[in-house]
Design a protein around this ligand. Structure first.
Ligand SMILES: Nc1ncnc2c1ncn2[C@@H]1O[C@H](COP(=O)(O)OP(=O)(O)OP(=O)(O)O)[C@@H](O)[C@H]1O
Ligand SMILES: [Mg+2]
Length: 333
């Protein structure tokens, strides 16, 4: 891989799903024409945020090759990931991009001792580091603040959610990946332990050059650990840029709404309310124009008709007619 080649380079990916049963012809774009890049020489934590159903998990699963894009291309270290064919290529890919899931208890078989997972993982992946299998496991555990002494002989249910999530991160690190894809990794973990996992991600990026895609509903931890944030709404990235810019001074009306919802004293309720709005969800997916227009206080007539482009404004990109190219459109029409 050449020095300036992106680590991950996503070109206009779309994932269409049929909704409303087998015979339905209705399709929604769970991810709609998304492009983004992560640089190889500058490890970063990129947060994907957005309300339930905005397409975060679908995007992450396409990056992990668990879901195939309907349209578009994903290059990883310059290689189109749909062209991966042989078992060797597959293992190399899976070694380099590791998932961290939401519920660590589902990631482990309750009847199997934790150390056997770690040994199996270490045996599966070629060592890029020197040292015996035991040494590699111990150093992965040390990176997450654990040691084999604490794990040996123990089953998943004997650990707290926070500790078990650390073990799943350690397991991912045994492979020496360049990219971790963590889908809501702390949402099921006790609030008191969340920061320790989040700090662990920051440390892995800062000290061990691991890039991370961090999916969360929690904008406070996103603000604290990420370098960039991409805000998703109905499949689109509607604002993306440095987290300090985007969350401190959100431009897109949807980003503003999201930020306000975490400032409410009971943020859990706010999210639950969004999750149950399935009719609104379906209508929004089907809208032409901006998918947020019906909920937007600042909407213009054009917002209901024509999808806004992503415009570069003040160090971030915003998909909103209030910024950038609206004047151009007016002149053209
Ligand atoms: N396998 C599938 N078949 C049909 N529709 C799907 C499938 N997977 C996801 N979807 C739909 O795609 C949209 C995006 O879903 P996705 O899970 O990516 O959202 P999300 O942002 O991760 O949400 P959450 O915050 O709740 O995890 C939703 O409307 C969802 O119902
Ligand atoms: Mg999800």
């Amino acid at each position: 891989m050449s020095r300036n080649q992106p680590l991950l380079d996503i070109h206009n990916i779309t994932k269409l799903y049929s909704v409303g049963g087998w015979l339905s012809r209705n399709k929604i774009a769970a991810v709609a024409d998304v492009s983004l890049s992560m640089l190889a020489e500058e490890p970063e934590i990129l947060t994907l945020a957005g309300e339930s159903g905005s397409g975060k998990t679908t995007l992450a699963r396409m990056v992990l090759r668990l879901v195939e894009p309907t349209l578009g291309r994903i290059l990883y270290k310059g290689r189109d990931i749909t062209s991966i064919r042989t078992r060797k290529e597959q293992i190399e890919f899976m070694q380099d991009i590791q998932p961290i899931f939401q519920n660590p208890f589902e990631a482990f078989n309750p009847l199997k001792k934790l150390e056997s997972y770690l040994f199996e993982t270490a045996k599966n992946y070629d060592s890029r580091e020197n040292g015996s299998i035991e040494d590699r496991i111990e150093s992965a555990l040390n990176l997450v603040g654990l040691s084999m002494r604490e794990i040996r002989g123990r089953y998943p249910h004997e650990l707290s959610g926070g500790q078990l999530q650390r073990v799943s991160v350690a397991r991912a690190l045994i492979a020496s990946p360049s990219l971790l894809v963590a889908d809501e990794p702390v949402s099921m973990i006790d609030a008191s332990l969340r920061m320790s996992i989040v700090n662990l991600f920051k440390d892995l990026k800062d000290r061990h050059n691991v890039s991370i895609i961090y999916i969360t509903h929690d904008l406070a931890t996103a603000y604290y650990i990420s370098d960039r944030i991409a805000i998703m709404q109905r499949g689109h990235i509607v604002e993306i840029g440095p987290v300090k810019k985007v969350l401190a001074e959100p431009f897109h009306p949807y980003t503003r709404l999201l930020r306000e919802s975490i400032l409410e004293p009971n943020s859990e309720t706010a999210w639950d309310e969004e999750i149950t709005l399935s009719t609104i969800e379906t209508k929004e997916f089907a809208r032409q124009g901006c998918k947020f227009a019906n909920r937007c206080d600042s909407r213009l007539p054009i917002c209901e008709e024509t999808e806004p482009p992503l415009s570069f404004v003040d160090g971030r990109e915003v998909k909103c007619w209030l910024y950038g190219v609206q004047g151009k459109h007016d002149t053209a029409s």
